[in-house]
Design a protein around this ligand. Structure first.
Ligand SMILES: Cc1cc2nc3c(=O)[nH]c(=O)nc-3n(C[C@H](O)[C@H](O)[C@H](O)COP(=O)(O)O)c2cc1C
Ligand code: SF4
Ligand code: SF4
Length: 276
């Protein structure tokens, strides 16, 4: 018997959170059990462990970064998320491809001891450009995610497990190499947001929302650690003072806007069903 549902999410720009909350709420409602949430976006949210009981269903969501789970998040998940109950890996991707991210998340969960109750890769607006899957997830797309979650909850309740081998991708594959408009590797690993000092109102938002805790609280233009290019500080700066100016990064974004505006399509995988 499933007695509780937990939705856990890493979601710098909020798309994964929307999808996971919708799924967890629907799964809980379908089973008539409470749903709770674990926000692991900020460093403080990753201070503890996620260890649900064997009578719980965990819905774990992460964005796709370079075709995999974010590389600064994966070690936390592998070390601190475990259980003997049920779990659903959910990745949100910005309309290019989820490549190997869903397989990676499924592998982390099965190695952590969970049975899979389904798996989902959901198209959501790309953090780099609102021209890729603009406005996603829409109400209609959230309804599809909810319908999947209700079914997965029933599968968990009935003890129907999804074979991890049915999840497309290779959990150990390399990361996707971002390309420029010219098709060459876009090297922007060291890029950080530029700050327009004339616009900055020193509100401190960028420091509060950075999932890596890397923006200097005293000087919003200074970095104290790594930048994962998540765009949280750029999107949430109330003054529009932050943006990426790195040429390789911008060329990659133009390439995405040229080559990946076609609808990619979400993938929902239920136990006993082929991917659809
Ligand atoms: C650094 C970075 C890398 C990304 N890599 C991919 C990718 O390989 N494929 C893809 O389709 N979307 C990619 N995206 C888009 C995100 O997966 C997508 O926008 C997701 O909705 C972000 O989740 P969030 O809104 O919860 O932060 C990337 C986004 C970022 C910030
Ligand atoms: S969020 Fe924007 S306005 Fe606020 S401190 Fe950071 S850069 Fe300045
Ligand atoms: S500084 Fe980098 S990692 Fe931090 S919120 Fe901004 S884009 Fe994300």
């Amino acid at each position: 018997m499933i007695r509780r549902v937990t939705g856990a999410f890493f979601s710098p720009c909020g798309n994964v959170e929307k999808v996971v909350r919708t799924m967890a709420e629907t799964a809980g409602a379908r089973l008539g059990v409470p749903a709770g949430y674990a926000d692991i976006t900020l460093p403080g949210g990753r201070a503890g462990e996620i260890v649900p009981g064997e009578d719980e269903l965990l819905i774990l969501g992460a964005p796709v970064y370079a075709g995999r789970a974010p590389n600064k998040l994966a070690p936390y998940l592998a070390a601190h998320v475990r259980g003997t109950g049920w779990a659903v890996p959910v990745v949100c991707f910005g309309n290019r491809s989820f490549d190997n991210a869903l397989a990676e998340l499924a592998s982390i969960l099965t190695k952590g001891g969970f049975h899979l109750a389904g798996a989902a890769a959901v198209v959501t607006e790309h953090s780099f450009s609102s021209r890729l899957a603009p406005g996603s997830p829409t109400a209609e797309e959230l309804a599809a995610a909810a319908a999947f979650a209700a079914g997965a909850a029933e599968d968990a309740q009935a003890g129907r497990a999804l074979d991890a081998a049915a999840v497309p991708g290779d959990a150990d594959a390399s990361y996707y190499t971002p390309l420029t408009l010219e098709g060459t590797p876009a090297r922007f690993l060291k890029a950080v947001p530029a700050v327009d000092q004339d616009k900055c109102v020193r509100c401190g938002t960028c420091g509060r929302v950075c999932p890596m805790g890397s923006v200097d609280r005293d000087d919003p233009a200074a970095m104290t650690g790594v930048c994962i290019k998540c765009q949280a500080c750029v999107k949430r700066c109330p003054a529009g003072a932050r943006r990426f100016t790195d040429e390789a990064f911008l060329s990659h974004v133009r390439m995405l806007e040229r080559d990946y505006v076609r609808p990619a399509g979400s993938v929902y995988i239920r136990a006993g069903e082929a991917a659809r």
